[in-house]
Design a protein around this ligand. Structure first.
Ligand code: GLA
Length: 412
């Protein structure tokens, strides 16, 4: 009798175990497929680093989340509020990451809850190395523990850096964190930030949703520093060499925006935003959005530019040609429209006189492999001024000031 009961209990146990396994399997599957469905358009939001560096706090993040709503940025599509480096101070005896109590006195969950209460999403930063770039504890050796903690707080986005990596293999390091995110029970966008050093565009798809392609952006249009900092044009030139790797769910990350931080002219900031829009780059504002001047607001909130960035086809612009220092970028859009950006790279005024008649733009995504602007006369709309600029039947003319861009959408 005893052996029958033992057998019966064992049988129930096995059934439960296999049911539990199936359940776990299902959950695991669904989290993985949810992971794959994230970031179908380039992520939009705000990140603390460019403007505030290590000066992050609960107060700052809440004020920034409020400002995203009150400024109209939320309605325009900005969604993720991301705390960059310096929110963490150490690990407790169980290995749990310790939040800086001086600046986040209530821990991280109430901050995430607040962000969520406004209908926004919450992001955080860590590093694949033993320390972050500012010397705070990194996630090396703690990946699964950290992502469980993030999921408990309600994290929706993780930016993952590459300082103190101690010679790890980049793909393996990012894959480990990706596996940890996929196992944590919460869909979290994964932003790979190894500065393009190990060609993440070649292996990042499926591991993360976006990857940095250069060293850190500087608030300048055309500049390059010995230590690696780069300006807008330097990032553009890199992005144009790898545009085929970017698409829905896997984006080249051209870096966080500098618009509103004061280092560039109006023409340069407009070009910066137009380039990011054309290149389908994540749009993470990097300025103080609590008090933006009219120009900054106008740029960051331009609905037509954002629509080009967020176009569901997810194509990235290619450089059709450079004429007299004017780069001509072309991006195919899902409704058959085409966006054009004419960028004056020169430090002087230059006459743009573009004859659509003679130019054939070639890209496999455009109809029949090519687009004859003359044969299909299209209406031209200026993205910044919202004015109609005639059709492609006549040449497009404009004096472009130094670093100015003409940003237009051609309608069918
Ligand atoms: C690196 C990253 C930056 C920022 C800092 C924080 O430099 O590339 O974007 O996250 O670390 O320390």
């Amino acid at each position: 009798m005893k052996s029958i009961i033992t057998f019966f209990l064992l049988f129930i146990g096995i059934c439960n175990f296999s049911l539990a396994q199936q359940e776990f399997g299902k959950q695991g599957q669904s989290v993985i497929s949810e992971f794959d469905k994230l970031a179908q358009t380039p992520p939009m939001g705000w990140n603390s680093w460019n403007k505030f560096g290590c000066n992050v706090s609960e107060k700052l993040i809440k004020e920034m989340a409020d400002a995203i709503v009150s400024s109209g940025m939320k309605d325009a599509g900005y969604e993720y509020v991301v705390i960059d480096d310096c929110w963490q101070t150490g690990r407790d005896e169980e290995g749990n990451i310790i939040v800086d109590k001086d600046h986040f006195p209530n821990g991280m969950k109430p901050v995430a809850d607040y962000v969520h209460s406004l209908g926004l999403k919450f992001g955080i930063y860590s590093c694949a190395g033993s320390k972050t770039c500012q010397g705070r504890p990194g996630s090396r050796g703690y990946q699964f523990q950290d992502t469980r903690q993030y999921a408990g707080w309600g994290v929706d986005y993780l930016k993952y850096d590459w300082c103190y990596n101690e010679g790890q293999d980049a793909k393996a390091a990012y894959k480990t964190m990706s596996d940890a995110l996929k196992a944590c029970g919460r869909p979290i966008v994964f932003s790979i930030c190894e500065w393009g050093e190990n060609k993440p565009w070649e292996w990042g798809k499926g591991i993360g949703h976006l990857w940095r392609i250069t060293a850190d952006i500087r608030d300048c249009y055309d500049c390059k520093f010995n230590w690696g900092g780069v300006g807008v044009l330097q990032i553009l030139d890199k992005a144009l060499t790898i545009n085929q790797y970017s698409g829905p769910g896997h984006w080249n990350d051209l870096e966080m925006l500098e618009i509103g931080n004061g280092g560039q002219t109006e023409n340069e900031y407009r070009s910066h935003f137009a380039i990011w829009s054309m290149m389908s780059a994540p749009l993470m504002a990097g300025n103080d959005i609590r008090n933006m001047d009219a120009l900054t607001k106008e740029i960051l909130l331009n609905k037509e530019a954002i629509a080009i960035n967020q176009d569901k086809l997810g194509k990235t612009a290619f450089r059709f040609v450079t004429l007299n220092g004017i780069d001509i970028l072309v991006k195919a859009l899902s409704d058959g429209d085409v966006a054009f950006l004419f960028i004056n790279r020169n430090n002087f005024n230059i006459d743009l006189d573009y004859n659509w008649n003679f130019d054939t733009v070639y890209d496999e995504s455009l109809e029949n492999g090519s687009l004859y602007m003359k044969r299909i006369p299209r209406k031209i709309k200026n993205i910044w001024t919202q004015q109609e600029m005639g059709t492609t039947d006549t040449p497009l003319k404009k004096v472009l000031e130094p670093h100015e861009s003409l940003f237009v959408r051609l309608r069918k």
